[in-house]
Design a protein around this ligand. Structure first.
Ligand code: 1CP
Length: 347
């Protein structure tokens, strides 16, 4: 199908497509038995992300079941620091663990020159998914992604998730020169990484700033908005029209400013955002994406349907992409995802 006719790309380019296209953050993953099987086959999570055959297969799995309008590359935001040489492992049940960077020496130990070679299998996954979509789901669009510099820096400095990133947030105040050097390295490498994904076939790009909302407004502008704007400029220089989605989670009332100052074309709404408020306060030219509570998807039934319908009602007439307010959680019954897809398709 002609790229411009794909419903997701039309919505991300500012058209109020109805019923809205949908995809779900973390739509590939542990809630699907077929994912668990391939994950076991691959060995560990990094082995899965760097195996283009298996990673492409995992990317396509949810579309086969549920017919999403978007496929998101199966990888992780932390594969970028991994590709620059930072020690990373995923401990079972604990999430990611990195060798933390706490001083200039830690930063100097990274090897950004190694990045291109180490991301090669991920870029190959993009090309394989693109070919798979042409065969299996020609109306679906391929979304590439990266973490936003602040969120990736949180993990790089802290060495793990699961908390409030106290060390990283403190470094941003106590040593803004060092923190700024980490952020700048991430801006440059993220532009390269996303352009490589686009060149391999990604049709839209998303930046996940999952922890942006941990910062007060001044820090948010400096470490979330400004670096994101720099990435957008770097990408737009080469690809002026590619749809860009920004997701500054927990940004609250700063969401409209984030949309206008970063230059992304669509903004993600997190679970706590009132979609009516977003519709009234984010200027009409921007697309909105979100924001069903992942726990409503676990619960299912009438509650799920009511929540989905209230989001649809708030978004009617807007360029809109239905999604969750954060990632799918492992206990989600696949049947509930199918039920949600039916509700969205009714519009
Ligand atoms: O199989 C496993 O046990 C690994 C679990 C897993 C998966 C399936 C991790 C570890 N990452 C992923 C895939 C992933 N991560 C995708 C793939 C595409 C899809 O959406 O289907 C994407 C886009 C991400 C992005 C990501 N990773 C974010 C941003 C979005 C968000 O959820 O806020 C973040 C913060 C991460 C870090 C990360 N990686 C993995 C985990 C468990 C975490 C979160 C750790 C924490 O809670 O701090």
């Amino acid at each position: 199908m002609d790229t411009v006719q794909k419903p997701l790309l039309r919505a991300l380019s500012g058209e109020a497509v109805w019923p809205p296209p949908f995809w779900l953050m973390r739509q590939a993953g542990r809630y699907l038995p077929e994912y668990r099987q391939l994950r076991a086959q691959a060995g560990d999570f990094i082995a899965l992300c760097t195996n283009p055959v298996l990673a492409a297969e995992v990317t396509l799995q949810p579309l086969r079941r549920f017919g999403m309008d978007g496929a998101i590359l199966f990888s992780d935001i932390l594969m970028l620091p991994w590709a620059m040489g930072q020690g990373l492992r995923y401990a079972e049940g604990e999430g990611p663990l990195l060798d933390p960077i706490r001083d200039a020496g830690g930063l100097a130990a990274l090897d950004p020159g190694a990045m291109r070679a180490r991301i090669a299998p991920i870029i190959e996954t993009v090309a394989r998914v693109k070919a798979g979509l042409a065969q299996e789901a020609p109306k679906a669009a391929l979304i590439g992604f990266a973490g936003s510099p602040f969120t990736v820096a949180c993990y790089m400095v802290e060495g793990k998730g699961g908390g409030e990133f106290a060390n990283a947030r403190r470094m941003a105040y106590a040593d803004p020169v060092l923190f700024g050097r980490i952020i700048r390295l991430l801006v440059d490498s993220t532009v390269d990484y996303l352009l490589a994904q686009a060149e391999a076939g990604a049709e839209a790009l998303m930046l996940f700033d999952s922890w942006a909302g941990l910062m007060p407004p001044g820090q948010f502008r400096r470490w979330s908005i400004e670096p994101t704007a720099a990435i957008v400029r770097g990408i737009r220089k080469v690809l002026p029209d590619i749809p860009l989605i920004g997701f500054p989670r927990l940004a609250g009332p700063l969401l409209p400013e984030y949309a206008q100052r970063t230059g992304v074309s669509t903004v993600g709404m997190d679970t706590g955002m009132d979609p009516r408020w977003a519709a009234a306060n984010v200027p009409a030219g921007f697309g909105l994406q979100g924001n069903l509570d992942p726990q409503a998807l676990v619960a299912g039934g009438a509650a799920l349907e009511a929540e989905a319908r209230s989001i649809l009602a708030a978004m009617r007439g807007r360029p809109f992409v239905f999604n969750l307010g954060h990632g799918i959680v492992p206990p989600t019954p696949p049947d509930h995802v199918a039920a949600l897809a039916r509700v969205i398709r009714m519009g």
